[in-house]
Design a protein around this ligand. Structure first.
Ligand code: N2P
Length: 347
């Protein structure tokens, strides 16, 4: 009897371990995106529908992301670079040439915005969101007659209470725009003038920072912050004193895109994810949550009036005209790196 019992238990144990060993592993998709740039309930929905696991990792500037990939960070399947960075990564041979038959929802893209992506035919990248950069501010500090200008950072009255993005193209770009120059200039005199302006502003800044400034506006630690449109809208409900403005001199506009790395382990799932994000209803839910514009014609019909009426999201043409997309400067990129190092080092 004892023998039969032992045999039974042993058989049960063997069977259990056999079955658990056979349980299929969930497929995994590694995504490297900007912080606060996706509605995570959509990520969850994709996981459920595709019985897979998504691992999200975040960056706060194109340069940080690129440096990490160049330093050998492997394992990401999908990354979200801005247009100019897509060009850089493409030249380096990092990107998979896209098979459009696997992304039928490409038909939903709004052609009005595709030129900003700098890969107009989606050979290696698919537009995800259009963002602009502006000034997040406290209305109580700006006053009723606030005329938004990049030169607010010259106002020493707010010393220590202002931040600018820790992103060389954005920070130098703001100074260039203030001076009336292109954010893509490679003219040394113009860049030198922008450097002087930016060093002047730096003396009034608490810091260059690209992630926590929005919480700083909520807690009223910061009064004026150069920041990304949607990031600032995301925190407005937490403090009604927060406003957002695009400076009168104009600003940078980015088409941030989804790319599949050549080294991706799971390209089929990556294609599925990209196609999912391009679905009209999904894109609308994403816009409503992160306050950026997915350039998706199918999505617009599902948007709330609040979003439709927001000029920082669906930008009227007179604002769009003032915006410029950053382009890839090739070797001249070094001019910006050098100036940025000098700004950072300036006392
Ligand atoms: C997300 C900001 C993304 C905008 N936090 C970058 N162009």
């Amino acid at each position: 009897m004892q023998k039969t019992k032992t045999l039974l238990i042993t058989s049960i144990l063997i069977l259990t371990s056999l079955f658990s060993g056979c349980a299929p592993e969930k497929k995994e998709l590694y995504i490297y995106n900007w912080s606060d740039y996706i509605n995570e309930s959509l990520v969850k929905r994709f996981e459920d529908e595709n019985n897979c696991k998504i691992i999200l990792d975040y960056f706060d500037s194109n340069e940080t992301m690129y440096a990490k990939l160049k330093a050998g960070a492997a394992g990401y399947d999908i990354v979200f670079p801005s247009g100019y960075m897509v060009n850089v990564m493409e030249k380096e041979g990092l990107l998979l040439k896209l098979d459009h038959t696997k992304i039928p929802n490409l038909k939903n893209l709004d052609e009005k915005y595709t030129p900003f992506s700098l890969d107009e035919n989606q050979e290696v990248s698919v537009p995800y969101m259009i963002s602009n950069t502006g000034i997040g501010y406290l209305k109580s500090k700006a006053g009723d007659n606030f005329e938004p200008s990049w030169n607010i950072f010259a106002n020493s009255k707010h010393r220590g209470r202002m931040t600018m993005l820790n992103d060389m193209r954005e920070a130098i770009g703001a100074a260039l725009k203030y001076l009336g120059y292109s954010i893509n200039t490679t003219n040394i005199m113009e860049l030198e003038s922008a450097k002087k302006v930016l060093i002047g502003w730096k003396h009034n800044l608490a810091k260059f920072e690209a992630d926590q400034y929005k919480n700083g506006l909520v807690s009223q630690e910061f009064y004026f912050s150069q920041g990304y449109s949607g990031d600032i809208y995301q925190v407005m409900s937490e403090n009604k004193d927060i406003g957002y403005a695009i400076p009168k001199e104009g600003t940078t506009l980015a088409s941030d895109n989804m790319v599949i790395l050549k080294t991706a382990k799971n390209t089929e799932l990556a294609y599925k994810f990209i196609n999912f994000m391009l679905d009209g209803k999904v894109a609308a839910e994403n816009i409503e949550y992160i306050y950026y514009l997915a350039p998706n014609k199918e999505a617009y019909q599902y948007l709330s009036d609040e979003i439709k009426g927001n000029p920082a999201i669906l930008m009227p043409d007179e604002i769009l005209k003032k915006c410029e997309a950053m382009s890839d400067l090739g070797e001249k990129n070094e001019l910006y790196s050098k100036i940025w190092d000098e700004v950072k080092a300036a006392k």
